[in-house]
Design a protein around this ligand. Structure first.
Ligand SMILES: [Zn+2]
Length: 174
């Protein structure tokens, strides 16, 4: 994995003693820039990793909490969406089976010494995002909603069939 720009997410696991280790990360735009993900305004989150190193494998438990700024799907005003997620990953160094049914398992050569964990945080966040990103219903910008409604009514009066207006109507009905 070539993640030269995300060095702060490198873990030099080879140098770690066997046992448990804690790591903290500030999650910002840079991970998303790396993956060309631009579908949000901003992000501020803290990530934690508890890493347990054994001789033939390591268990990595990730957790993350923070907020991501989106433009509301319903009223278009910017808002902060809270995010909280966890992920368990097992990294195996040998072919020996280990007992793991609930975790993602990845394999690494025993000769490798560094793992970059940026992709785990990225995937965790992407998978936890809801499809519909909007305010709690009462928090929407009422002025914008009224405007959308007005356009929609005007559209009905003129009986003009315009797919964009149709989309606006649907937006209003959600
Ligand atoms: Zn809204």
């Amino acid at each position: 994995m070539e993640l030269k720009k995300l060095k702060e997410f490198d873990i030099a696991f080879e140098a770690l003693q066997e046992g448990e280790h804690q790591f903290q990360f500030e999650i910002g735009r840079e991970i998303f820039d790396f993956y060309d993900y631009t579908d949000f305004n901003d992000i501020s989150a803290k990530g934690n990793l508890t890493l347990r190193k054994e001789s033939t494998y390591m268990k990595m438990n990730f957790d993350l909490h923070g907020t991501i700024g989106f433009d509301c799907d319903r009223c278009t005003a910017p808002f902060q969406l809270p995010v909280e997620c966890t992920e368990k990953v097992v990294v195996k160094f040998s072919g020996r089976d280990i007992d793991s049914k609930s975790e993602e398992i990845i394999y690494m050569s025993i000769s490798e010494s560094i793992i970059n964990v940026a992709s785990f945080f990225y995937e965790m966040i992407i998978l936890t995002l809801p499809l519909k990103r909007s305010h709690e219903s009462d928090d929407c910008d009422q002025e914008v909603l009224n405007q959308l409604e007005e356009w929609s009514v005007r559209n009905e009066e003129t009986e003009e069939i315009d797919p964009r207006w149709e989309a606006l109507k649907k937006l209003k009905q959600r």
